[in-house]
Design a protein around this ligand. Sequence first.
Ligand SMILES: Cc1cc2nc3c(=O)[nH]c(=O)nc-3n(C[C@H](O)[C@H](O)[C@H](O)COP(=O)(O)OP(=O)(O)OC[C@H]3O[C@@H](n4cnc5c(N)ncnc54)[C@H](O)[C@@H]3O)c2cc1C
Length: 381
Amino acid sequence: MAASEHTFSYWERTAFTDNADVIIIGSGIVGLSAALQLKKQQPGLKVTVLERGFLPSGASTKNAGFACFGTISEQIEYLKRSSEADVLRLVDYKWRGLRRLRENLGDTNIDFHQNGGYELFMDNEADRATEALDHLTYFNNLLRHAIGSADIYAVADAKIADFGFKGVRGMIYNPYEGQLHTGKMMRTLLNRVYENDVLVLNGCSVNTIEHTGDGVVLATSQGNFKAPKVILATNAFAAQLYPELDVVPGRGQVLVTKPISGLKLKGTYHFNGGYYYFRNIDGRVLFGGGRNIDFKEEATWDFGHTEAVKNQLVKYLDEILLPGQPYEIEYWWSGIMGFGEDISPIIKEVQPNVFCAVRCNGMGVAMGSLVGEEVASLALS
Ligand SMILES: Cc1cc2nc3c(=O)[nH]c(=O)nc-3n(C[C@H](O)[C@H](O)[C@H](O)COP(=O)(O)OP(=O)(O)OC[C@H]3O[C@@H](n4cnc5c(N)ncnc54)[C@H](O)[C@@H]3O)c2cc1C
């Protein structure tokens, strides 16, 4: 008899560990959105979420809080890897995902603001800038029905000086991009699932998933759990349980400065093809990226920092974002995203009665609500 079989009392087994109709692994935006949808579709369903971290410990509480559907350079990059129809589908999915997130949680609760977004082109990025400008009308036409307007991307070079940037040759503005407070988003989402009587257990790492005659058994760091159905929402970590899934981890390193008096920037900003991003938050600058400095080193499940990325972020702060402005960095952290060859998430049954919803390709704030909904519907179908 396994040691874990002695661990839980009768009461714990019948009220906590063995009574779930569906167990969700992972309490990120996808796992919690799936929980919410399960309860919406079947209010009587018993849903348990198992999370290995003290807090959600992947990307959902570590990201930049951009409520964005993509810069022109990102769309061009997707177009090179995929079809026009796929690019359009992805933008539409992210746009609808953001609307659903806002409907579910409420703009005030998550500090959502549609301050617009900018793509910056550096002095040494003439080719990238030209390519983006050449595609401006094309993408405005392609995305007009998804976004509900043809005035999406527009040249905004005149604003470069207003923001105080240096070394920037051009800028494209998109008024439909927004920003939110990631921590408040996840707290509100957690509150929503608690209100719906979902059990969320932290500090519980799922080590193996096995099928028995009467359900799916999860061996965890806290003992065994059992349910008729399981949803895997572990994103970057999916291959730890199902190595055949095409999900490669990608670490993102982020900093936040102390408040800066007279800070001019407002909105979300991307440059270098989206590999660097920054925004204002509470009078501070949040700045992250640099995964492209060493893709191999950043393809890791380990949180942490590298000197190479940290130094590059500080250099860009000094030379481009805040030239001549005194600032101090107050926070550093990292989060782990899940990437793959295909730009779409993986939502499917991986084994009988085990359904996965993983690989948001670094865009889970935008698409996570719908990804969670889809897998919940699949699990109930
Ligand atoms: C630095 C950074 C910046 C980003 N910026 C943005 C942005 O601005 N806009 C945007 O749209 N997206 C952004 N993203 C991406 C976005 O955060 C993710 O796509 C999204 O959070 C993924 O949600 P998820 O629920 O699929 O995964 P996660 O949030 O990673 O959740 C998976 C959970 O599963 C848990 N888990 C893993 N394995 C196990 C196990 N074996 N047992 C139990 N629990 C387990 C993990 O601890 C984790 O909490 C960013 C990501 C990072 C890292």
